[in-house]
Write a protein that binds this ligand. Structure first.
Ligand code: PA5
Length: 463
């Protein structure tokens, strides 16, 4: 199991201005936390609670269909291309970057064991899209278009470009090269998929994009490139079981949620940094930033009162950002709670040769890079505590499917519990809608004429 250490956020280490009396807080929030955990687990099967993601670890049917499709297309494609944005892409990127061999797309087919390369087109930069299209042979590419709503402009514009090109190259047969992951009934993509006869997978009801990584949204891409999805499911189930424990002393997601909440509301730590000491986990931070920001950044609470809450998430990478952000974290304002992710055992070992012994770097010889990266994590944590800066540490035994699934699922539960502590709706994102509507208006979508006028007036005012 992954472990969680909060000692460096305690007032005994960082002083009472910046640290919490964690044991005392655990005692005083014991009942509230127990109630939150019970409530989440009771509501998770009810419709419109947006808690179906808590059941995804048990969705054997999806696993079966995903595996069946992945084995059917095995060997048929050189590339998998994922079209999607936000919650429809970030989980896939985080997990494939963590679990596939580093530089996967540069390996030979033999080194990839015959599995395809994987690309995520998660933005709409024309140069990048054109660049990727030059690299891919569309005849040998399986496109998985992922959008829960089925109408997201970024994803659907990519789809229109690629569908058009594929049809030109492949004729009617292009349909076999497209798989759609979307809502089971509604949305433009659902209609198109039904009309065109695409293979489809479902984003289940009551699973929001940012909580969808363990639905077909993530599982299909994972299986297509040979990631063991059973291992992932086992990780989620074991973590889910552990996090059903209503005792805060035994529940690491509840501990992390409460500490974040209190650090923000009592100690002014409204910036939340995620800093894995592992390049393979770098994109877990991107995924977490979206999860934390869209879930907790809210204008109103559940009673409709204006609250404007939400700690701002920041991504950092150890050891790289020791040479970038740590100066600010050590000496700058004491407004952050930093979470380190530490990997106990790397897949490989890399010794530093005993050379250059009589130079200033001779001390490195005979040690390993493995020692060095974890020594840097430890020393940064201690240095931050010298500056009275609170930190948390999540330790993961290995970067494998079981542990990465545990980590992501723990962070999802942590987010849900934090949302309850802030008393906000964790699962909506009204703040995203306004800009989306203006974009529709600017691009001439019918029904958005009024928004277009408002927008044009505002733009005219500022020039
Ligand atoms: O978490 C969310 O709900 C969002 O980030 C969505 O995933 C994102 O906006 C993409 O939406 P869709 O999957 O409908 O294309």
């Amino acid at each position: 199991m992954i472990k969680f250490n909060y000692k460096f956020a305690d007032r005994m280490i960082v002083g009472s201005d910046n640290g919490l009396d964690i044991e005392k807080e655990f005692k005083s929030y014991k009942n509230k936390i127990a109630d939150i955990i019970k409530d989440l687990n009771q509501r998770k099967d009810k419709p419109e609670q947006w808690l179906q993601w808590m059941n995804l670890g048990y969705n054997e049917e999806t696993v079966w269909y995903v595996k069946e499709f992945a084995s059917m297309v095995r060997g048929r494609y050189d590339n998998v291309l994922i079209l999607g944005i936000g919650g429809s892409a970030l989980g896939g990127i985080a997990v494939t970057e963590a679990l596939l061999a580093p530089y996967w797309n540069m390996l030979t087919p033999e080194q990839r064991n015959g599995y395809p390369r994987i690309f995520f087109l998660d933005n709409i930069d024309p140069d990048t899209i054109n660049g990727l299209l030059k690299v891919l042979d569309l005849k040998r590419t399986l496109v998985n278009v992922i959008t829960k709503s089925g109408s997201t402009a970024e994803t659907m514009s990519q789809y229109m470009i690629i569908k058009n090109l594929m049809e030109q190259e492949l004729g009617d047969a292009y349909r076999q090269n497209i798989v759609a992951t979307t809502d089971k009934k509604v949305g433009v993509l659902r209609q198109l998929a039904d009309q065109e006869g695409y293979k489809t997978f479902v984003v289940p009801d009551d699973v929001g994009g940012r909580f969808s990584v363990f639905s077909a949204v993530g599982l299909l891409p994972f299986a297509l490139v040979g990631i063991d999805i059973d291992e992932i499911m086992n990780g989620i189930k074991d973590m889910d079981l552990a996090l059903k424990n209503t005792d805060i002393h035994e529940n690491i997601a509840a501990q992390a949620a409460l500490i974040h909440y209190l650090m923000d509301t009592k100690k002014g730590k409204n910036l939340s940094v995620m800093m894995p000491y592992s390049s393979r986990l770098k994109f877990v931070s991107d995924w977490f930033v979206q999860l934390w920001a869209e879930s907790l950044g809210k204008e109103v609470d559940k009673n409709g009162k204006k609250v404007h809450v939400g700690p701002t998430p920041i991504k950092a990478l150890g050891a790289t950002d020791q040479h970038s952000q740590i100066q600010l974290y050590n000496e700058g304002p004491n407004d952050k709670l930093i979470t380190f992710i530490r990997v106990e055992e790397f897949d490989t070992n890399l010794e530093i040769p005993r050379i250059l012994e009589y130079t200033g770097i001779g001390y490195l010889g005979g040690k390993s890079i493995n020692n060095l990266i974890n020594a840097e994590a430890d020393s940064t944590r201690v240095a931050l505590s010298d500056y009275k800066k609170p930190t948390l540490t999540i330790s993961i035994p290995k970067v494998d499917g079981y542990n990465v699934a545990q980590l992501l699922y723990m962070l999802e539960v942590q987010t849900a519990i934090a949302g309850e502590l802030y008393n906000i709706n964790t699962f909506n994102q009204p703040g995203v809608e306004q800009a989306k509507n203006y974009t529709y208006a600017l691009m001439g979508r019918s029904g958005y004429e009024e928004s277009a006028k408002v927008l044009q007036n505002k733009m005219a005012e500022v020039g």
